[in-house]
Write a protein that binds this ligand. Structure first.
Ligand SMILES: C[S@@+](CC[C@H](N)C(=O)[O-])C[C@H]1O[C@@H](n2cnc3c(N)ncnc32)[C@H](O)[C@@H]1O
Length: 310
């Protein structure tokens, strides 16, 4: 059974993801891309990674957004178009499957592919791209999935925002350890990728498996650091999510977990809750160079497409 994600959840996390991703790792990826790179974004959701990375690449580029959820990819097109227009970029649709953002450094072409990534990479045209990228996906996949991916591609593999298990809510309250244990167990549940999900082991596994295939692998922390204010809604959702996952794993602890949830929600509504959610970005670069020289990044490029008008 594959995992369902809500549009609202992806919308809530986008600004925090944008603040957390490692600029250094993104720069290292961009330095290895050819003049007009073609990127495949796995589990693209509503296109959050595109909105963050495309302006950093700056030049003409082509993206394939892959997701199993058609509603997500439709929202991705709407959101990309909406936010590009907000910063004054022209958007056209040359056909029903393609969106073009006319940026100063060249057009950003976006297409969507509806596919079940459980069968990846065998069901994907990975031979036609210059990088395989993903955001908040690899902690859902299995060890076998990473093995197949590393064996199939000879282009950069960039996976950002993988959970690493260093979650911490502050100030401490009773039930923290119980919830943390249940939540960690839930992260290992099969998320529809043919085996136990890697959860907090994702980056170690990617490093080991891609390294064994001759890739040079580097990683960097990309934690969410959340404190009241604009983070309140995300903090409350995190509390609900942690409690629900912990309850699913620990039936007998339900009473304590429920008390923990109420206490944490109260703290959140009073602006007294803080959290650090541990993430890591990872970049695996294939051994052979031989790329074209990257074109200069266009001047006056927005640092990222802004959030959706609501
Ligand atoms: C945590 S969300 C991340 C979305 C997006 N990358 C982001 O960072 O906002 C995971 C995404 O993977 C997609 N997904 C999960 N399992 C999948 C599968 N088996 N095949 C295709 N897409 C899948 C979900 O629909 C969702 O859009």
């Amino acid at each position: 059974m594959s995992e369902e994600f809500e549009l609202d959840w992806l919308d809530l996390r986008e600004p925090h993801d944008a603040a957390a991703r490692s600029e250094a790792l993104a720069e290292a990826l961009i330095a290895r891309l050819p003049a007009r790179p073609r990127l495949m974004d796995l589990g693209a959701g509503t296109g959050s990674l595109f909105r963050w990375l495309a302006p950093r690449i700056g030049r003409a580029q082509a993206w394939t957004l892959v997701d199993q959820n058609k509603e997500m990819t439709e929202a991705a097109f709407d959101t990309i178009a909406d936010r590009a227009e907000t910063v004054g970029l022209k958007v056209t649709f040359p056909n029903r499957r393609t969106l073009l953002v006319h940026a100063p450094g060249g057009a950003w072409r976006v297409e969507a592919l509806i596919a079940d990534l459980a069968h990846a990479p065998g069901n994907l045209p990975v031979g036609n791209v210059d990088a395989v990228v993903c955001s908040a996906l690899c902690d859902l996949v299995s060890a076998g999935w990473v093995e197949r991916m590393a064996a199939a591609i000879r282009v950069p593999f960039y996976a950002c925002l993988n959970v690493d298990g260093r979650d911490r809510f502050l100030p401490p309250v009773p039930g923290d350890a119980l919830v943390a244990r249940g939540f960690a167990r839930d992260q290992g549940r099969d998320k529809g990728f043919g085996g136990r999900a890697l959860g907090s082991k994702a980056v170690a596994e990617i490093t080991r498996v891609f390294g064994a295939q001759g890739f040079e692998v580097q990683s960097a922390a990309s934690d969410w650091v959340l404190r009241g204010g604009s983070a309140t809604a995300l903090l409350s959702e995190l509390v609900f999510g942690h409690a629900e996952a912990a309850m699913a794993q620990d039936f007998r602890g339900r009473g304590q977990i429920s008390a923990w949830r109420e206490k944490r929600l109260q703290q959140s509504s009073l602006g007294r809750l803080q959290a650090r959610v541990g993430h890591r970005d990872v970049l695996a670069l294939p051994p052979e160079a031989g790329w074209d020289e990257p074109a200069p990044v266009a001047a006056r490029m927005p640092a990222a497409l802004p959030r959706r008008r609501r």
